[in-house]
Design a protein around this ligand. Structure first.
Ligand SMILES: *Cc1c(COP(=O)(O)O)cnc(C)c1O
Length: 458
């Protein structure tokens, strides 16, 4: 079975290879599972993404999609880099403000915003992406509370033709009315442009949506509305494992590689051929409106690209450490590793899929003493990983992972690159076990800070 070794940032690698067993010390101190955040890595990701647009001389407005991870230090890192924050709730908004984000750099792209959220967005001068005619009317109904002369900044979220089943965004049929209404209320609304966000990771359907939007840019212009930004949402791909090993794995995997005999029907493209910067190149070089490339169109019109990357900005920014509570031999010769923690903190299996990245085993055995790996019964083994709960579905890895030495009680399993919707999306206090701790660590690995509470890592 080809291994699925995680791609690791050098700082992560240094922490894992620390011979003073730093990870064991931290896990003893903070408990298992432990989520360790490396906020400085967000800045590295941002630089690559922003440079990709700069190379094409295309203006970009980047907003960190805060929902990707609950870490406060990641929001702070985004704010320190000077980019905006994309918020989907009053609470994400407050976090961004506490982290020092200027209200004018906040964008709210979520579909169902309650009135108090709208009001606060208006008050701080945020950019609001309008999802429906209903939202547009509701927003304008709040004008009574607005200060004299206050204009609320908006984008219109567009639902592309090929996404007609989606409940998000304004259908093409509704766009003329939306634009007419916006033009009519230009004393209250400052129209900045259009927005879309699509599922999946292909650039082709974004190019298609972009072309459709350029038609609406013209309609808007006829109504006296000028567009300064087209926001293409998130969905830039992240590479978790090398494409070659990933392809090799996919080619041979079958039911025997899973404890339940089932190969999940779909996976995130963990070892995709295209990374975030190449994705941007392909998007900007694709032929778009009026036989121009997307990049040429943007340069010619001076329109900026808006972007709300979540997963791609959080790439490599966290790892999750699980201590092994117990190992149990199974009749078929495989083994189950019970992790101290649950699949709610590594949640891919709850979406009927699997995190196709091998965890790294870090032995608790003290070198030279009782060297567990050298006993014959501790040779190679295939094992799946289960959580602590009584739910049969509480499985962290259904996949039978090959270990060269049998993991032992007290050893650590480290999942790399868990920041993106992985470690804390479904995290809860099931069985009344307290929430897993989240800590952040500095680039030089010298300083560790709690990262659980608002404003703790400013
Ligand atoms: C979730 C979301 C994003 C971020 O998506 P990623 O795939 O994490 O980059 C951006 N925009 C909107 C509207 C979203 O809902």
């Amino acid at each position: 079975m080809p291994a699925l070794l995680p791609v690791l940032d050098p700082a992560v690698h240094r922490l894992l290879s620390d011979d003073g067993n730093r990870l064991a010390t931290l896990t003893n101190q903070y408990g298992s599972p432990l989520n360790i955040v490396f906020p400085h890595i967000l800045g590295q990701n941002l630089a690559r993404i922003a440079n990709a647009f700069d190379r094409h001389a295309v203006k970009s407005n980047i907003f960190y999609a805060a929902k990707v991870n609950k870490s406060h230090s990641l929001i702070s890192a985004a704010v320190s880099c000077g980019i905006g924050v994309d918020v989907s709730s009053l609470f994400e908004l407050e976090d961004a403000l506490v982290s020092g984000c200027d209200g004018s750099l906040i964008c709210a792209s979520g579909p169902a915003k309650p009135t108090d959220f709208h009001q606060k967005l208006i008050d701080v001068g945020a950019l609001i992406s309008i999802d429906s005619l209903e939202e547009l009317y509701d927003l304008v109904a709040l004008t009574g509370n607005w200060e004299q002369g206050h204009r609320t900044r908006i984008l219109l979220r567009y639902r592309p033709i090929n996404a007609s089943a989606s409940r998000f965004g304004l259908a093409p049929e509704d766009m003329p009315e939306a634009l007419r209404f916006v033009a009519q209320h230009s004393g209250d609304l400052a129209f900045e442009g259009f927005h879309f966000h699509l599922g999946g990771y292909a650039h082709e359907n974004r190019v298609q949506a972009f072309c459709e939007i350029t038609e609406w840019v013209r309609v808007a212009a006829d109504l006296g509305l000028s567009v300064s930004m087209i926001d293409i949402g998130g969905g830039l791909p992240v590479r978790y494992v090398e494409p070659d090993s990933y392809a090799a794995f996919l080619a041979v995997q079958n039911g025997d590689h899973y404890r339940n005999g089932i190969v999940p029907r779909s996976f995130y493209p963990y070892g995709g051929a295209v990374d975030a910067t190449e994705w941007i190149d392909r998007f900007l070089l694709a032929v778009g409106p009026e036989d121009m490339t997307v990049g040429q169109y943007l340069r010619a019109t001076g329109i900026a690209i808006g972007l709300e990357p979540g997963r791609s900005l959080a790439d490599q920014t966290a790892i999750s450490v699980f201590r092994i509570t117990r190992t149990k031999n199974l009749p078929d010769g495989t083994c189950v590793l019970f992790a101290e923690g649950s699949s709610f903190s590594a949640c891919e299996t709850w979406f009927a899929s699997e995190f196709l990245v091998d965890p790294i085993l870090i032995s608790a055995a003290v070198p030279g003493q009782d060297n567990a790996g050298e006993k014959p019964e501790n040779g190679p083994v295939r094992a799946y990983v289960a959580g602590h709960s009584c739910l049969d579905e509480d499985i962290i890895s259904n996949r039978l992972i090959s270990f060269t030495t049998k993991p032992q009680k007290g050893d650590l399993l480290v999942y790399g690159n868990t920041a993106g919707y992985q470690m804390d999306l479904l995290e809860n206090e099931f069985h009344r076990v307290p929430m897993p701790r989240r800590i952040s660590i500095s680039a030089d690995l010298a300083t560790v800070q709690p990262d659980d509470q608002k404003g703790t890592s400013r």
